[in-house]
Design a protein around this ligand. Sequence first.
Ligand code: NI
Length: 181
Amino acid sequence: MAIRPIVRLGHPTLRQTAKPVDSARLADPETQTLIDDMIETMLDADGVGLAAPQIGADLQLFVYLSFPGDGAEPIEKVLVNPTLVPERGDLIEEWEGCLSIPDLRGLVPRHAAIRAHGLDRDGKTVDERAEGINARILQHEFDHLNGIVFLDRMRDMRSLAFSDEWAEFMVDESEEEAPVG
Ligand code: NI
């Protein structure tokens, strides 16, 4: 396994719609190695998600951490060719950051709960409901497959801040965490 360079805003793959992954491509050892590398790269960068376009790969897949919610360790997951179906309800604004837009935090409106469909790394069907931080991470990574970054979703750019200033002035100590993906 290897840590791959994460591309930053301005790199063209971050603004493209990624290509679907067919079953032969998914089973290819090169793609499986890419997935292993993406997980290692995400963990090394202290991220909770990483989409293939963020390492310059034009593929509809991302890796992410799923938080069980009872204080248990997060689970590493992979989603290929995803679709997301939001559940009804108001959008909720919470802080986010992005590994491709280093050091910035902003308030981003997201659906509170979604259902995610797609494939896992073995090509098996995934159909999973997610809410709260898990729903937020999935929406952030899904956007990366469609050329969208969290800045595009922000309603008010005045909440944008560098992470040090954000921690000092914009959040209290109890909530000094923002998912970065
Ligand atoms: Ni991101």
